[in-house]
Design a binder for this molecule. Structure first.
Ligand code: SF4
Length: 885
């Protein structure tokens, strides 16, 4: 066995440390790094499944131009020449980069340097714009810099943790584990969840405020007014450190004068609002964690400042166990911000609007033409591509055709662009379909560099796999293009270490403490130092990091004082109306990441929530005439999708939720962001991804089908299909309104049956059912069952048969009958992804094995005993089953 390699999980902003080790069979195992301060050995279901995502299936391994394999030299020359020619004809603003929080900091740095310093435009934006731009803008307004004040330990040292717009249990699971462990150790730790939905996170809350979506600004303005009335101003801190107090208080009093008004505006019981306010007022150690529910809003920046105002006014910042705390969705959203990945920032937290900063960066880079003004933010960028003002875009490590709002507009934009270059590690994404040039990049496990997590902690991602095919590091690809454009001497990097040292040196350039981001202490790392770099929180001015900012009461504004901002709360831009009466919220699920390019490769991560779905309150379901489990069409004024209905009593009336992950690779018509209008926050440019009016109506198929297959299939056009990759078997769920003329011919075409195959079939013409099984060497290669309703077909049985080495005669008869003829073990929907424990097994443990607590269930079934992400669900199943006993 080779030496273990310490690296960082590539999924969310918690930034957990992992250890990769080669196993005896030559594969790799991944476990949590017990020494990493973000997770101390813990992992969530996604991190725990990383080893299953390392294979080379669907990898982009060779450069391609217009679908044809080419040499790297051809690809690089084509990209460089095409960019040069567009720049010569139309100027530098005619080209753009759209990058990603998946990039390492070194990759971000080089991309930003090329476009802002050498091409001479700031038209580079990152998909972090979609997740935390409002936090950046809010922090810059309040603190003078994009500074996250605290650290994860503050959640454990707090007496009150407020989770605003954050489903921490699913989106930052290891942080949630740390919080619940802290609460178990200290039951006095109070948790308040502010979220229109009753999510898994809310299950652990002492108080859940299911407020009207978008009303957070009024809630926190009301809190500020209440804190003032309650005498909670921190007079000495405020007088020493805070400006803008009277204006902020005046705005708070005008807009949220008393609890009754706030309760009405937020659609909450007044007693709940008062409880929250009193709890906040009487608790000194308060951390307010906020995430996409706050940020993804047309008034996201104001909401961020409304939260920060309360902490500044009470002096609850810069000390252990207190402070506002933005948690990021992307693994390296923070690193991107540090390297200048946003269109309105320079590198090293310097500002594009500041002429001095522009001079310093230009001088440091010896750059020929530094961008002089902010570039186009993500939404504006794709609009400019469609309008034809931006003619070339280079997309790196992301999938905007799925993740951007008004995704059909993005599709039109890419179809219109003169040049679309996509660098990615995977070969099939919705975006890649529009690429003229495809550049194969290294994937996680092959890359080397650094990332920064939500608590400013820089960790190494280290390679433990060799580069496959001709894939190259992103920094190398960008540097090669820069060289081919004639900028070789400034991009002559031989390693990520050289880039990191330059990045660190720039952070200290003309930085006498006025700028928060400073890595001077890391600017001279040797190769061994970089290789052995342990996780450290910036700033690192000498050799030590800093866990908490503002403990010295010094902010990064010109006068060194923080700013409270007068907030005038606003409702979301789009409001439900008679035509579109429901409000659509979007977000993530527990076991998937972004657009599923990686998580869908781990079979166990596909079994928790198997299909794109719409969560709706059962009363609303009844009112809109839809039934739990059926397919439904969801329409906005922009588009329509089809998803499965899932009744969820945790939804507020009038609101529905659809996950963001599913896309054209995994479902026929489920890209939820096609529904969403591109309304943005005027300060941050972040899109409002959580407030789109929609209507729903039953999609009544005439036929449905389940197909299991060992191979990926080319499906004919159908209204609905979804792919559920399982353990060695792919399962498709299909539905349509046009019946094939001949089921037999249709099935044979879809499954690729030839005359020599062992193919058996049965059709019940009276009831309209068809079953066909394709066998090979006695085992099941593919199977289809189609008919008016296939809901009762045991998917577990089909999976089991697909994995059997040989089918018995009874199995074959069962396949033709569409049901098992003997006993079969169907574990039901998977609840615990780590150990593959299904709902049926858990319910059986409760009913027949006297399991009366989550711990009992864990002991009996192992569910919840690894990452613990499913524990709230175990608790819910326990309550449900107990109610029936
Ligand atoms: Fe990865 Fe999960 Fe940790 Fe996020 S919480 S970094 S997804 S292991």
């Amino acid at each position: 066995m080779s030496e273990p390699v310490h690296s960082t999980c590539p999924y969310c902003g918690v930034g957990c440390g992992v250890v990769a080790e080669r196993t005896d069979d030559g594969q790799f195992s991944i476990r949590g790094d017990p020494q990493h301060p973000a997770n101390y050995g813990r992992l969530c279901s996604k991190g725990a499944a990383l080893a299953d995502t390392l294979g080379l299936q669907q990898r982009l391994l060779y450069p391609e131009i217009m679908g044809h394999r080419v040499s790297w030299q051809q690809a690089i020359t084509t990209v460089a020449d095409s960019l040069q020619s567009i720049i010569s004809e139309h100027g530098p603003d005619a080209v753009a980069f759209y990058v990603s929080g998946q990039l390492l900091t070194e990759e971000y740095y080089v991309a930003n340097k090329l476009i802002k310093g050498f091409i001479g435009t700031a038209n580079i934006d990152t998909n972090s714009r979609l997740c935390m731009a409002s936090s950046v803008a809010g922090q810059r307004r309040a603190f003078g810099a994009d500074t996250v004040p605290g650290c994860y330990e503050d959640l454990e040292r707090a007496k009150l943790v407020v989770l605003a717009g954050s489903n921490l249990a699913w989106c930052h699971p290891v942080l949630f584990q740390r919080l619940t462990a802290a609460k178990a150790a200290n039951p006095d730790l109070m948790i308040v969840v502010i979220d229109p939905r009753r999510t898994t996170t809310a299950e652990v809350a002492d108080l859940h405020l299911a407020l009207r979506p978008g009303s957070d600004g009024w809630l926190f303005n009301g809190l500020l007014a209440f804190l003032d009335d309650a005498g909670e101003r921190h007079p000495s801190f405020v007088s020493r450190c805070v400006d803008g107090v009277s204006e902020a208080l005046q705005a708070a009093r005008q807009t949220a004068p008393d609890i009754t008004t706030v309760a009405a505006l937020c659609d909450l019981p007044a007693a709940q609002v008062e409880n929250f306010y009193r709890l906040f007022a009487r608790t000194e150690r308060v951390v307010t964690v906020y995430s996409q529910g706050i940020n993804q809003s047309s008034s996201g920046t104001d909401k961020v400042n409304a939260i920060i105002n309360c902490h500044l006014y009470t002096g609850r910042i810069g000390r252990p166990g207190m402070g506002p705390f933005s948690v990021t969705g992307q693994p390296n959203a923070m690193g991107g911000r540090e390297a200048g990945g946003l269109a309105n920032q320079l590198a090293a937290h310097m500002e594009l609007e500041n002429p001095l900063h522009r001079d310093w960066v230009q001088e440091f880079w010896q750059a020929p033409r530094l961008a002089q003004r902010p570039g186009l933010k993500a939404v504006e960028l794709f609009q400019a591509i469609e309008a034809g003002t931006v003619k070339a875009v280079w997309i790196m490590a992301t999938n905007p055709l799925v993740s951007m709002p008004d995704a059909l507009q993005v599709q039109r934009a890419l179809a219109r662009a003169e040049l679309v270059v996509v660098s990615d590690c995977v070969s099939e994404t919705d975006t890649l379909r529009y690429a003229h040039v495809r550049l194969p990049a290294l994937a996680w496990g092959e890359k080397d560099g650094t990332v920064t997590n939500s608590e400013r902690r820089i960790s190494r991602q280290r390679a433990f796999l060799t580069a496959p095919g001709e894939a190259r590091a992103d920094w190398q690809i960008i540097s090669d293009v820069a060289s081919a454009m004639g900028f070789g001497t400034s991009f002559d990097y031989q390693s990520p270490l050289e880039i990191f040292r330059e990045h660190a040196a720039l952070s200290g350039y003309h930085n006498n403490g006025e700028r928060d981001f400073n890595l001077t202490g890391l600017a001279a790392l040797s190769s061994d130092d970089y290789q052995g770099l342990v996780p450290v929180q910036w700033p690192v001015i000498k050799d030590q990091g800093r866990s908490r900012m503002f403990d010295d009461e010094r902010f990064f504004t010109p006068n060194g004082r923080a700013r409270m901002i007068a907030i005038q709360p606003r409702a979301p831009v789009m409001q439900p109306n008679a035509e579109f009466p429901l409000r659509l919220n979007t977000g993530r699920v527990r076991d998937h990441w972004h657009t599923m390019t990686r998580t869908a490769r781990a079979p166990q991560l596909n079994q928790h929530l198997i299909e794109p779905y719409l969560a709706i309150h059962p009363d609303d379901g009844a009112a809109f005439g839809v039934v739990d489990g059926e397919l439904v069409t969801v329409a906005s004024r922009l588009a329509e999708i089809i998803v499965r209905v899932c009744f969820d009593a945790g939804q507020r009336h009038g609101e529905v939720f659809i996950p963001m992950h599913w896309n054209d690779q995994y479902s026929g018509q489920a890209r939820v962001d096609t529904l969403i209008a591109a309304a943005t926050d005027p300060v941050s440019g972040q899109p409002e991804l959580k407030h789109m009016p929609v209507r729903i109506y039953s999609y009544r198929p005439l036929w449905q089908a389940v197909i299991v297959s060992r191979h990926r299939l080319e499906l004919p056009v159908t209204d609905y299909w979804t792919l559920v990759p399982g353990d060695q078997v792919l399962r498709y769920e299909l539905a349509g309104r046009q019946r094939p003329d001949s089921w037999s011919r249709w099935a044979e075409t879809v499954l690729g049956v030839t005359a020599n195959d062992d193919w058996i079939e049965y059709e019940d013409r009276r009831l309209g059912y068809f079953r066909g099984a394709l066998c090979s060497d006695q085992s099941l290669k593919a199977y289809i069952i189609a008919g008016p309703d296939v809901g009762a077909v045991s998917r577990g049985w089909l999976q089991q048969l697909s994995l059997q080495s040989a089918l018995s005669a009874q199995d074959r008869v069962g396949l033709l009958a569409g049901r098992p003829l003997g006993p079969v073990v169907d574990h039901g929907r998977i609840v615990c992804a780590c150990f593959g424990v299904g709902e049926t097994v858990i319910l059986d443990a409760i009913s027949h094995h006297n399991c009366r607590s989550v711990e009992d269930i864990s002991r009996h079934t192992r569910a919840g005993s690894n990452c613990g992400a499913c524990k709230p669900e175990l608790s819910a199943l326990l309550s449900r089953a107990s109610a029936l006993m």
